[in-house]
Design a protein around this ligand. Sequence first.
Ligand SMILES: *Cc1c(COP(=O)(O)O)cnc(C)c1O
Length: 358
Amino acid sequence: MEISITKAQGHSLKPKPADESKLGFGDIMTDHMFLMDYETGKGWFSPRIVPYGNLSISPAAMGIHYGQEIFEGLKAYRGKNGGIYLFRARENFVRLNNSAQRLCMPQVDMGLVMDGLKKLILLDRDWVPKSKGTSLYIRPTMIATEPHLGVRPSNAYIFFIIIGPVGAYYKEGLNPVKIYVESRYVRAAVGGTGEAKTAANYAASLLAAEEAKKKGFTQVLWLDAANHRYVEEVGTMNMFFFIKDELITAPLNGSILPGVTRDSVMKIAADWGLKVSERSLPIDEVIDAAKSGTLKEAFGTGTAAVISPVGQITFKEKDYIVAGGKMGELSQRLYDEITSIQYGLTPDTRGWVERIGE
Ligand SMILES: *Cc1c(COP(=O)(O)O)cnc(C)c1O
């Protein structure tokens, strides 16, 4: 399928951020977006790159009423010799298709969306920031658009990709965050939609996060829905605990989002000879390890923040300091390794990065 391109002209071009060191996260979008439509019986049609702008959808669009919405988050990096690099981008679209399957939404064609993404980035290449720690955030999204009230899968969808320059995800940057172990609310239950990147999961998480923020925490650490006992994820990140000489993360049992960064951390740590375990980890084991001093480090992983070290865990109103409240050695080493792969600075032995232009 041919992707048509309509360029934004003169006065509709937006000013680029003047000071890259002040870039936040998620507020600035570039001049263009990729868009295509779907109808049952017809499939995807009209793939196009058009000036960034508002969508026009019916107020009866089923996605608004019944939550058929899925998204992805990945980045492009301005790296070695001014090149623009993508990191494991296909895996994001594989995950998008898995989310689509769970939400009864149509599959996208890998070749087409990768082509659309690369053309979009290269058209807006001057928006890919150059400073250390900055990148271009990429948000592919699909939403049901058929105007119909009544619960069933929609027969019409749009898929779009918007992109924008970003700095650090948390205002803390690489400074350790304080997390609150949530023992009342739950994020996702096994059998539900926790492993899909779908809007409802985030709506469900807001109240707990807001209450934790009021108490001075950055994020909540979710426990499993059935027992309120096993650690799952933190906010929009997968979670790792380094106890004694074992790096532990929760298994992908259906309620956890299968993070690309999680997978990268596991592979890199295993290549370094570390013992990496995917296993159910009771919060009591974490707290006991914190008390006895064997909890060496804890950190979250995700595309937005890469590695987010945890400096304090609060459980049942008691505070436990982790790694002296500083970024641990392993967290730092993983952050350095992953970011240098992403920016094309370290030889890519795993086939994870693709240089798409400059
Ligand atoms: C996106 C996301 C992650 C991180 O996934 P990455 O592929 O590493 O960016 C983890 N948990 C949740 C709930 C997420 O939405």
